[in-house]
Design a protein around this ligand. Structure first.
Ligand code: CS2
Length: 490
């Protein structure tokens, strides 16, 4: 039996960055693979360069799938970096305490209120911000949000936990930073928006509101690293490379990027010494990332699922997928924003090609295709509207929308590839209810566009709805490749 990884047997030379001191300075919500391969690694490296009490107190949302093995391993785990030349493993030792927020939400509130903590970082994914899809504001009618707003209730949403934590922290007045590390446009501004909306709706005092307005910062930032789910094969590779067994390793590509606005009310680790960039052009970086990588990723994923491709590299290897995505980048995304000063877009796109091609990543199309009702809001409406308002038609954004519908809310008489059943879509039931009784594909699409799943401004664009319906018809009748040819021909 191979020994299990722990603080006492980290293989020589494998530690990434520095081990954190016992004191924690960062609270983290969302202990999934992305945080463990991204923010946690930057923090370990920043401490190696400049020290600091930046140990992480991490909380998983509701499951102990990661927390149980992490605790059994002194909260130490390995990263398995998958490059075209093979795999390398390294060990991360920055979490000093881990728990499950749903099991003990009061601990999260206390941790945020604790003046020793200076930052809460979030990787709760797009759905974790509990926003209304049509308005982008806090979804006050979301059952969990409504429950959290009841006075004295123990919060269950991330927004509720942060708001209640800040409410308590106002007593000490210690400055604090709430740092979103999720793929949302203007993620810091969005987070401030939902937290303040929560506090207003909860009837917070003026003291609390002015503490949050004046002493709590919510920097915007762009995060990037492709991090798939862990498989048994990853665990086996780690065992071979490190000689110890790890029950919660994280596979990741070698590429990593983090661009941040430097607005940290309570100080921060020297993340720039770990490779992060501090910039005043965050919005431009976010648009590059959210549109060229994430937006394209969704199209690869849905066309991939519809044509039976289990992973991104397999889907990307199909000519019709690659051609559709490159046309989407060129015609639908690039004309909608100005990249950061000096940014080499062509180099970025060829790097994307290399990243998506990497066969070792094994990134499931169904994983990227999951939560589309929340992810597509970041990837489609604004870019589409910038064409539609000028009389243009973003055919490939319409194709992506049609392919998503074909996978998660297929019209009557059409069965997508069985892979589609593995897409986790929280809005599946609401989508099914919205299209129940539709009179045909045009009506099916119209009901979704007007069903509160997209901003009203996009729903009002009848030309877009009609184009989505045409492309969905092509998918159901002749398949994804034929629909892509139709999008390209227009
Ligand atoms: C992906 C992202 O699952 C998805 O929606 O597009 O998780 C993507 O892999 C990361 O944002 C890469 O940084």
């Amino acid at each position: 039996m191979t020994e299990v990884l722990g603080r006492g047997n980290v293989p020589a030379g494998s530690l990434i960055g520095a081990s954190a001191p016992d004191r924690t300075g960062i609270v983290h919500l969302g202990l999934g693979n992305f945080h463990r391969a991204h923010g946690a690694v930057y923090t370990a490296r920043a401490m190696a360069a400049e020290g600091g009490d930046w140990g992480i107190r991490g909380f998983a949302h509701s499951s102990d799938r990661v927390v149980a093995p992490m605790r059994a391993q002194d909260n130490v785990y390995s990263i398995l970096q998958l490059t075209e030349h093979g795999a390398e493993a390294g060990v991360v030792d920055v979490h000093r305490d881990t728990g499950v927020a749903a099991h003990d939400p009061a601990a999260v509130v206390e941790a945020i209120a604790d003046p020793a903590h200076r930052i809460v970082t979030l990787t709760v994914s797009e759905v974790g911000y509990t926003r209304d899809s049509a308005s982008g504001r806090l979804a006050l009618d979301h059952p969990d949000v409504a429950a959290d707003l009841v006075a004295g209730a123990t919060p269950r949403t991330a927004v509720g936990m942060i708001a209640r934590g800040l409410e308590k922290r106002a007593a000490s007045g210690e400055p604090f930073t709430v740092l979103s590390c999720d793929n949302l446009q203007s993620n810091g501004d969005v987070t401030r928006g939902v937290v303040e909306e929560f506090l207003h709706a909860a009837g917070a005092s003026d003291d609390v509101l002015s503490f949050v307005a004046g002493s709590v910062s919510f920097p915007n930032g762009m995060v990037d690293r492709i991090v798939p789910k862990t498989t048994d094969e990853h665990s086996r590779l780690v065992r071979d490379l490190l000689g110890v067994s790890d029950h919660c390793p994280v596979p990741a590509e070698d590429f990593t990027m983090w661009v941040l606005e430097d607005a940290f009310a309570g100080g921060r680790p020297a993340w720039e010494r770990a490779g992060a960039t501090f910039s005043n052009e965050i919005e431009a970086y976010e648009l590059v990332k959210l549109r060229l990588l994430n937006g394209s990723h969704s199209l690869i994923a849905y066309l991939g699922v519809l044509s039976g491709a289990p992973t991104i590299d397999v889907a990307w290897g199909r000519d019709f997928v690659r051609e559709a995505v490159l046309a989407e980048i060129r015609d639908d995304y690039l004309p909608t924003f100005t990249p950061p000063t000096g940014f080499d877009v062509d180099a970025y796109v060829s790097q994307l090609d290399a990243r998506w091609r990497n066969p070792l990543i094994g990134h499931a199309t169904t994983q990227v295709g999951s939560d589309g009702s929340a992810k597509l809001l970041q990837r489609i409406p604004e870019a589409a509207l910038s064409h539609l308002r000028r009389g243009g038609m973003p055919h490939h954004l319409a194709l992506c929308t049609a392919a998503w519908i074909a996978c998660v809310a297929p019209p009557r008489g059409f069965s997508p590839d069985p892979l589609a059943d593995r897409i986790a879509e929280p809005a599946r039931d609401r989508l099914a209810a919205a299209v129940d009784g539709a009179t045909g594909i045009a009506d099916h699409v119209r009901r979704i566009m007007h069903g509160g799943f997209f901003p009203e401004a996009l729903a009002e664009q009848e030309g877009f709805t009609a184009r989505v319906a045409e492309l969905l018809t092509a998918i159901t009748r002749d398949g994804a490749a034929a629909a892509a040819a139709d999008a390209a021909a227009a």
